[in-house]
Design a protein around this ligand. Structure first.
Ligand SMILES: NC(=O)c1ccc[n+]([C@@H]2O[C@H](COP(=O)([O-])OP(=O)(O)OC[C@H]3O[C@@H](n4cnc5c(N)ncnc54)[C@H](OP(=O)(O)O)[C@@H]3O)[C@@H](O)[C@H]2O)c1
Length: 245
């Protein structure tokens, strides 16, 4: 049952939503977990407390993934606290939607900086500490296949994430570091709640073969599979987890 016993994991953007669920799932599977957050210290501390109450090990580490210095500090925090690093989940991400005429430089750079540059900076810092063997999991989005209107910049960032997953699997494979991705469909999180109105959710549920919105735990279980040796023969792949939408 303890598929990550003895492992150390960083989950970026783990104060809320999908990242918080992944941090809890990994800790329940035996990993010591770095719960990264950007601003929400109270939420990150609550995730750490929930893990510790169940006998797990976790520490909250503040850092903006889109800043190189912070990215290194997040990784240093893991190595300093737990002495090693085996698993990185690049989950921190922003989603904002804008039709073509509403796209601005600010919108473009904000999404690219966090979703793409941030992922690269943390991965660069983490790979330097991972030694031989490890698992990197990139959280993308099913927008890359659904291509909904007004998702141009967000979908572009997540298409970049898929490309990066493939390229880095080749660069890091010789060190037995696997790089895979998960593309969630619409998932009920603090972030998505601020976007989706009731009508939009009802329409999405109606189009989803499994008949509901995804929950963070749905994605966390897949992340656990990709982090563990159960997926040991997979690298460079991205799984879609959207209830069939
Ligand atoms: N929810 C969905 O429907 C859905 C669907 C497909 C893909 N995704 C992807 O799944 C991931 C998580 O989404 P979510 O819905 O769980 O998000 P969320 O509820 O909005 O939470 C976002 C998390 O990312 C952190 N974060 C934001 N900017 C950061 C930065 N610069 N550095 C470090 N951490 C940062 C936030 O920390 P603070 O609270 O401290 O700011 C928070 O912990 C994202 O990559 C998103 O694109 C989500």
């Amino acid at each position: 049952m303890h598929r990550l016993e003895g492992k150390v994991a960083i989950v970026t953007g783990a104060s809320k939503g999908i990242g918080a669920a992944i941090a809890k799932q990994f800790a329940a599977a035996g990993a010591a977990v770095v719960v990264n957050y950007a601003t929400s210290q109270t939420d990150a501390d609550a995730v750490v407390s929930a893990i510790e109450e169940r006998g797990g090990r976790a520490v909250a580490v503040k850092g903006d993934v889109s800043k190189a210095e912070d990215a290194r500090a997040i990784v240093d925090g893991a190595v300093r606290t737990y002495g090693r690093l085996d698993i990185l989940v690049n989950n921190a991400g922003k989603y904002e939607f804008a039709g073509l005429s509403d796209i601005t430089e600010d919108h473009f750079h904000k999404l690219m900086n966090i979703n793409v540059l941030g992922l690269l900076l943390v991965t660069q810092a983490a790979a330097a500490h991972m030694g031989e063997g490890g698992s990197i999991i990139n959280i993308g989005s099913s927008v890359t296949t659904m291509k909904p209107p007004a998702s141009t910049v967000y979908a572009a960032t997540k298409s970049a994430v898929e490309a990066i997953t493939g390229v880095l699997s080749k660069e890091l494979g010789a060190r037995r570091i696997r790089v895979n991705g998960v593309n969630p469909g619409p998932t009920a999180t603090e972030g998505s709640a601020s976007l989706q109105g009731g009508d939009a959710s009802a329409a999405l549920i109606a189009q989803t073969p499994l008949g509901r919105i995804g929950q963070p735990q749905d994605i966390a279980r897949i992340a656990l599979f990709l982090a563990s040796e159960d997926s040991g023969w997979m690298t460079g792949d991205t799984l879609i987890a959207s209830g069939g939408l």
